[in-house]
Design a protein around this ligand. Structure first.
Ligand SMILES: Cc1ncc(COP(=O)(O)O)c(C=O)c1O
Length: 413
């Protein structure tokens, strides 16, 4: 992939903290590359270099770049009707909601524009449902509103979702944080049990922690949380923004565990790169959202809904989802072989095509060298290389990516 010899450019730009335009707010330490075209797993930059994209726009381009069926649906819909607002019926949105609830626990969907907004909707729904349910129950009049979430979780960057997020670096500088969240260690059901108080309304976790470096809990974790939620009259909210839509080899990651949540959120790859989030819930819980209780100008526009419907058709009806488990097993195997050869690799883990290579040393430098050799990954928590290739990735592309990583690790001693 690509040309050799860009090592170091990456570091310079990252450390300077600069963007390419002084007119942008400095919220990102952007890498010194600008892409102009994409097709499948490949991206081309503005100098014509080609890269293997094993990050998929952070788990968004799950069907690869510019999947033809989605491009065609967007083109067609853009020529018919882009936006009307949610003051009117949107048949494509209704069709999409139907498609999403088929084959999962949910009965109803609320559409928005991002993962954070989907989680905002979930948190608001928890409060509204709990307050309505407990109305008249004198003992609980003080109000249950707290949500127990996990340390190192990531739920978004709005004021509520950053308070839900269990990472100090995301919260720094935004005091006072919104009240109503308690953070406990991940993958420890007993820590959740200990944190429950008369004010607790819900437990909210990611089925696999993505931003924390692909932390996969024990098989018994989600069932234990489900049982606990039932015992204490709490809602179980699963943030499937990163794990959902086939990423782990099942449509929804929690389907590996045999339990169902009361509320689930999704976003990322839902519309193949057009912004869309969704909050799904059971009928009993969803009923608490009545007209005027929540809303979004852009949520579920005809254009984005058309893109999402085309995305689901390719994912579910054209066999993409069916291939994820085997592809993931293959890539995990190849990465484990890398671990055997490189002492620098501390651990390799993954489920489906959500994988991590944890190093004994900082991963940021390795990431920069991978970029210079034409491979896109991300660095989590300082030492973890995260791989989120498109679900359409081929065996040849996986071999190429592993070969690049192998070479980078070899040259890094
Ligand atoms: C698990 C999880 N929840 C929520 C979010 C926030 O999504 P967005 O950036 O679309 O607001 C992310 C983003 O990475 C995520 O991984």
């Amino acid at each position: 992939m690509g040309r050799e010899g860009c090592v170091g450019v990456h570091d310079r730009t990252v450390r300077s903290g600069g963007g390419s335009s002084a007119a942008l707010m400095g919220t990102y330490a952007r890498l010194p590359v600008a892409f102009v075209r994409g097709e499948g797993t490949r991206l081309w930059d503005d100098t014509g270099r080609v890269y293997l994209d094993f990050l998929s726009g952070i788990g968004v381009n799950n069907l690869g770049h510019c999947p033809p069926a989605v491009v065609a649906a967007i083109r067609e819909q853009a020529g018919l009707l882009i936006h009307t607002s949610n003051l009117y019926r949107i048949p494509l949105q209704e069709k999409l909601a139907q498609r999403l609830v088929e084959g999962c626990f949910a009965d109803r969907v609320f559409f928005c524009n991002s993962g954070a907004e989907a989680n905002e909707a979930a948190i608001k729904l928890v409060r509204r449902y709990t307050q309505e349910r407990d109305k008249g129950r004198e003992r609980l009049q003080s109000g249950r509103f707290e949500v127990i979430t996990a340390i190192n979780s990531f739920h978004g960057r709005t004021l509520a979702t950053l308070a839900a997020t269990g990472q100090e670096k995301v919260q720094r500088g935004y005091d006072p944080l919104m009240p109503g969240f308690r953070h406990v260690p991940y993958n420890q059901p007993e820590a959740v049990e200990r944190a429950i108080t008369p004010a607790t309304a819900a437990i909210m976790v990611e089925p696999i922690q993505g931003e924390a470096g692909i932390m996969i809990p024990d098989d018994g974790y989600l069932p234990a949380l489900r049982a606990m939620a039932d015992r204490h009259g709490l809602l179980l909210v699963l943030d499937e923004v990163q794990t959902g839509l086939g990423r782990t080899g099942r449509m929804w990651c929690h389907q590996w565990s045999g339990i169902t949540p009361d509320i689930m959120t999704t976003a990322k790859s839902l519309a193949s790169g057009l912004p869309m989030g969704a909050c799904l819930a059971t009928e009993e819980v969803a009923r608490s959202f009545s007209p005027g209780s929540h809303g979004s100008t852009f949520g579920g526009t005809p254009l984005v809904s058309a893109a999402a419907l085309a995305t689901l058709e390719v994912l579910l009806d054209q066999g993409v989802l069916a291939g994820v488990e085997a592809k993931g097993a293959y890539l995990l195997d190849r990465l484990r072989a890398l671990q055997q050869r490189h002492e620098m690799v501390k651990a390799v883990r993954g489920r489906g095509l959500m994988l991590a290579v944890e190093l004994n040393s900082p991963a940021e430098e390795i990431l920069g060298v991978c970029l210079s050799r034409g491979l896109l990954l991300s660095c989590q928590m300082g030492t973890v290389l995260r791989l989120l290739p498109p679900l359409t990735v081929t065996q040849e592309e996986m071999d190429q990516a592993v070969a690049i990583l192998d070479g980078v690790l070899t040259d890094s001693y």
